[in-house]
Design a protein. Structure first.
Length: 64
């Protein structure tokens, strides 16, 4: 039986077009040292490049 890799399911989500999205790392603490511009850009989800997304999508056989 195929099983979903829960560690991948918690860290990534699928967009409506089927692309894999990720959060920007490093934004839970020490935020006063980061610039406003960096914090603003970190709020947006990033698209995982296709080469990195392929093995991760195999860990999500049923989507999310």
């Amino acid at each position: 039986m195929q099983k979903t890799k829960k560690s991948v399911a918690k860290r990534f989500k699928l967009s409506a077009n089927g692309k894999l999205m990720r959060r920007t790392p490093g934004f839970r603490h020490l935020l006063s040292a980061k610039s406003t511009k960096a914090k603003r850009r970190a709020t947006k989800d990033k698209i995982v490049p296709p080469g990195h997304a392929r093995p991760l999508l195999r860990c999500l056989p049923f989507g999310l």
